[in-house]
Structure formats: structure tokens, C-alpha cells
Design a protein around this ligand. Structure first.
Ligand code: ZN
Ligand code: ZN
Length: 403
């Protein structure tokens, strides 16, 4: 059997950015081949899928994402990363497994190993999918667009997990809308530049941008029902170069988060309407352009499938270790793998925080300050019992759905 902790430490020490997961993919390919799976590499760039056809029965897809983040690690772990990588803009940046995808890979390798060892006890088809580019670039969609389901069997259910700062040893899925959709966009407002002393000859994009930013705040407060959760953030605003020049254009970087497709569509319509109308109100002669970046759907845990999988978890781990993490404002693209297959998704959260530290922080009311979140330079899930729990969760969930 693979030494999973050693595998985890090695992956952690050598993180790779989105779509650069070459070393990681090679390790995964070697493991899957040695376990006797039929392996297809290079799906959507660095994606890897292993298939174990084990007689008649349902097809179950288990998913792990493989990429790391441009974060300078500050965990102090003996196996901390000091690696750098080249990001999508060509910059050299520090790289760290700050979202725990190294845990996901390790757990899925461990689960495949167990399922291969137990293959006489189940029948069906196991699809182990290792996805590139979850953090950047929409790797699930890229794999689907690279004819994923012509290259490997289409699943009847898609299962996966994400490590988060819940106590290690606990896990659970939130039924229904479990993670937010995110739509990112860059808006270019075009005015007419000129001398700072002669505003009458210009259309000032700074004033246009300011009015737009303020008006965009009314999308959540005036257009979305109070029962709904949503966010509009203008995270960047750039215009101009000097105090005596009126710029010709302004750029806004916007992200919109929502938990239902209806709210999402309504918010995107509102953003476009406001951006266009504020430009017209300013006297702009050009309509602003909106360029969409990352767009991830709402992560929806299909209720019946979630109930069935959760019942299997309760039977395996006991009810006291199963939690409902609630709906999370973070976003994921695992849903694209399920939607493209027409299959239900069950995506659960896996605890990775030290249970004692977590309990004392909870008691002191300092959870947010004391327990590092995903993407923090201090994010360091406990290797155990996190890995064992994650492996067993994948095996239990898969066995629940296989014959
Ligand atoms: Zn992440
Ligand atoms: Zn992640």
C-alpha cells in the first residue's frame, strides 16, 4: 500500500499552478497504471482519468483537483514549499498548496487503492478523475470541452470533497445550493480625454466610474430579494495617470456571487444595464464593453443523492462526525462535470483543522483569527486524521453508489 502521508508531503513540497500540474499528473498516472486502471492523460491539458471497469453496474466518478496557488507559504512545516512557478500572465510567483488540493489527490489515490483491493465485493465502473486548473481557468469545463465523456464512461453520479477548516475527522455535505456561483468581468468605460482645466471638452470616465461603482451597490440592496444571499464586489478600479489630465477610459474589475441561476441572471442583467446607462448618463458616445473572465456555476448538491450519501457517512462514521457546513460563498467548478454528464453531484466538505485548536478557538470566539482559511499562507491541514477520513469517505460514498 502507498504511504499516503509521504505522498501528501511530497505533493505539498512540489505544488504546481493551474494547468502546469505536469509533475503531479505524472505521479498520478504512475499510481493509476500500477493499480491496473486504464489511464487517459492529457485531457484538458494536464487532466488525468483512470477507469476501472469491474463488471455490470453504475458508473461512479470520483474527482480531485490538482492545482496550487500563487501564495508564499508561511506554515513553518518541515515539508513547506519553496517552489516558484510562472503564472498565466507570465510572472514568476511563489507557489503553495494553500487550498489543500494535495490532500484531495492523496485521498483519491488512497481510495482507488482500497477500491481495487476490494474489487471482488463490488461491481460497476470506477472513474477516478484528477482535474487541472480549479483555481484558475475552469479546468472542469476545459476537460469536458476536450471530449471528456467520449474518452471515458459517462458517470451516473459525480462525487468529490474539499478540505476546509472544520475539525479533522468530521465531514458533511450541504444539500441543495452548497457553494456560490461566481462571475468575474472587466468593464471598460470609454469617455473622451483632455486637459484637467477644460472638463467641458471631455467625457470624464473617472466620474462615470465613480457613479457606476455606487449604483452597482444597489443591485444587492434593491434588486435581489432579502432572503437571497449575493455579493457584488468592484475589486479593482483603474483610470488616469496625472492630476491635470482627464483620462480617456476607466476599467472596473467586478465579481458577482449568487446561489441560484435566477438570481445570477438577474444580477448580471442589472450590472450590464447599470454600466450601460451610467455611460449614457455621462454623455459617452461609446457603449462600455464587458469582458467576462472566470465563471463558475452554483455548486448544487442534488438533494436525494446527498441524503443517500450522507446516510452512508452516518453509518460509517457515526452521526457525531457528520456536520452540515451550510452554504459557502466560495466557488467551485466540479458542478460542470456533473452537469455535462446529466448526473447528480454530491460534494462534501472534509475537516482538516486540529480539533483541539478548533475547540479552544470556538470557545474563545476567535475562530476567524486563529484557524487559517483556505488560500491563507498559514493554511496547513492536519495530515491525520484528515487523509484517513477523506479516503474512507470516498470509498464509502463510491461503494454506496456501486453495486
Ligand atoms: Zn481554492
Ligand atoms: Zn480548492
Amino acid at each position: 500500500m502507498t504511504d499516503l502521508e509521504a505522498l501528501y508531503r511530497d505533493l505539498h513540497r512540489h505544488p504546481e499552478l493551474s494547468f502546469s500540474e505536469h509533475r503531479t499528473a505524472d505521479i498520478v498516472v504512475d499510481k493509476l497504471v500500477s493499480l491496473g486502471l486504464e489511464v487517459t492523460a492529457g485531457i484538458g491539458g494536464t487532466g488525468v482519468v483512470g477507469v476501472l471497469a469491474n463488471g455490470v453496474g453504475p458508473t461512479v466518478l470520483l474527482r480531485a483537483d490538482m492545482d496550487a496557488l500563487p501564495v508564499l507559504e508561511d506554515t513553518g512545516l518541515e515539508w513547506a514549499s519553496t517552489d516558484t512557478g510562472v503564472d498565466h500572465t507570465g510572472r514568476t510567483v511563489p507557489v503553495m498548496h494553500a487550498c489543500g488540493h494535495d490532500i484531495h489527490i492523496t485521498c483519491l489515490i488512497g481510495a482507488v487503492e482500497s477500491l481495487v483491493a476490494e474489487r471482488a465485493e463490488w461491481s460497476g465502473t470506477l472513474v477516478a478523475l484528477f482535474q487541472p486548473g480549479e483555481e484558475h481557468g475552469g479546468g472542469a469545463r476545459v476537460m469536458v470541452d476536450d471530449a471528456l465523456y467520449e474518452k471515458v464512461p459517462t458517470p451516473d453520479v459525480v462525487l468529490g470533497q474539499h478540505v476546509i477548516p472544520l475539525p479533522a475527522g468530521t465531514l458533511g455535505a450541504h444539500s441543495g445550493a452548497a457553494m456560490a456561483a461566481v462571475d468575474t468581468m472587466e468593464v471598460t468605460l470609454r469617455g473622451r480625454g483632455g486637459h484637467g482645466s477644460r472638463p467641458e471638452t471631455t467625457v470624464d470616465p473617472v466620474v462615470m466610474a465613480a457613479a457606476t461603482v455606487m449604483r452597482l451597490q444597489t443591485v444587492v440592496s434593491r434588486e435581489v430579494a432579502p432572503q437571497e444571499t449575493s455579493v457584488v464586489t468592484v475589486g479593482s478600479l483603474h483610470a488616469g495617470s496625472a492630476n491635470n489630465i482627464i483620462a480617456a477610459e476607466a476599467k472596473l474589475g467586478i465579481s458577482v456571487r449568487s446561489f441560484s441561476e435566477e438570481v445570477r441572471a438577474r444580477m448580471l442583467d442589472a450590472v450590464e444595464r447599470i454600466v450601460t446607462a451610467e455611460a449614457a448618463a455621462s454623455g459617452a458616445t461609446e457603449v462600455p464593453t464587458i469582458e467576462f473572465g472566470e465563471q463558475y456555476p452554483v455548486t448544487v448538491n442534488e438533494p436525494a443523492a446527498t441524503a443517500r450519501t450522507t446516510a452512508a457517512f452516518v453509518a460509517e462514521f457515526g452521526a457525531d462526525r457528520i456536520v452540515d457546513p451550510g452554504a459557502l460563498a466560495g466557488s467551485e467548478d466540479v458542478g460542470n462535470l456533473a452537469t455535462a454528464a446529466g448526473a447528480p453531484l454530491v460534494y462534501w466538505m472534509l475537516g482538516g483543522a486540529d480539533p483541539e485548536t478548533f475547540a479552544s478557538a470556538l470557545a474563545a470566539g476567535t475562530l476567524d483569527a486563529d484557524i487559517p482559511s483556505n488560500h491563507s499562507p498559514h493554511f496547513a491541514p492536519l495530515a491525520q486524521p484528515t487523509i484517513d477520513t477523506g479516503v474512507r469517505a470516498l470509498v464509502v460514498a463510491a461503494r454506496e453508489w456501486l453495486d
